[in-house]
Design a protein around this ligand. Structure first.
Ligand code: PGA
Length: 253
């Protein structure tokens, strides 16, 4: 049985003070909630303070990116060791904004995934097609390639531990959500690809989220799909009310 996993991707939003105030209030809103796993992924600058605030809570911490080396002359980068030290359990890797604006390729994502696993961080690996690729009927080709390359060289046990987030690029921050059926179809396809890579058991265990304009109004329908094991939430995770409502929707399905 896969425990639903809801993660808030804050992107480049919230100062340290805003982040601490937010999680204080989120803790209250989610007190006593069981049967789902909830993570927040603040900017690097807020990780330490948020980790402290989350110590006695049922919410865990994730980062939004990292570099694959442990240390070195890589100005502006953050290492897996540093993320571990702040108390991160998760790290988002290969988000489409990183691919699009910062030139991340599947090979980079692959190196990061391996480094994260080596240091005991659970990667949330993002994949997804662009609008023109979907319209050309290339969704499976694009997503399949991203999955195979980003997760190349991992054992079945490693694959079983990580999280994949299917995030169609055209649905991110646009208010345009994939229909529950379309999202289910791609998530099921990703699970089949993973079965081919790491075996049926690994594919049964791996959690595959959907991301892209998830809101309280559409969360239950998306999360009710058999291969959608949670959501990676951007915009709607920045307000306590809407993020808590999405978490509660996961409990109802
Ligand atoms: P969105 O972002 O919910 O604002 O569409 C999702 C994401 O980019 O992870």
């Amino acid at each position: 049985m896969r425990v639903p996993f809801l993660a808030g991707n804050w992107k480049m939003y919230k100062t340290v003070a805003e982040a601490v105030e937010f999680v204080r209030s989120l803790k209250g809103a989610l007190a006593g909630v069981q049967g789902v796993e909830v993570a927040v992924c603040p900017p690097f600058t807020a990780l330490h303070a948020v980790a402290r605030e989350l110590e006695d809570s049922n919410i865990v911490l994730g980062a939004q990116n990292m570099y694959w080396e442990e240390e070195g002359a890589y100005t502006g980068e953050i290492s897996p060791v540093m993320l571990k030290e702040t108390g991160c359990r998760y790290v988002i890797l290969g988000h489409s904004e990183r691919r699009q604006y910062f030139g991340e390729r599947d090979e980079d994502v692959n190196a990061k995934v391996k480094a994260a696993l080596k240091h005991g961080l659970v990667p949330i690996v993002c994949v997804g097609e662009r609008l023109e690729e979907r319209e050309a009927g290339d969704t499976e080709k694009i997503v399949g390639t991203q999955v195979r390359r980003s997760l190349a060289g991992l054992s079945g046990t490693e694959l079983a531990r990580l999280v994949v987030a299917y995030e169609p690029v055209w649905a991110i921050g646009t208010g345009r959500t994939a229909s529950p059926e379309d999202a289910q179809e791609v998530n099921a396809f990703i699970r089949r690809v993973l079965a081919g890579m790491g075996g049926e058991e690994a594919a049964r265990q791996v959690r595959i989220q959907y991301g892209g304009s998830v809101k309280p109004e559409n969360a239950a329908d998306l999360l009710g799909q058999p291969d959608i094991d949670g959501a990676l939430v951007g915009g709607a995770s920045l307000k306590v009310e809407s993020f808590a409502a999405i978490v509660r929707a996961a409990l109802r399905v």
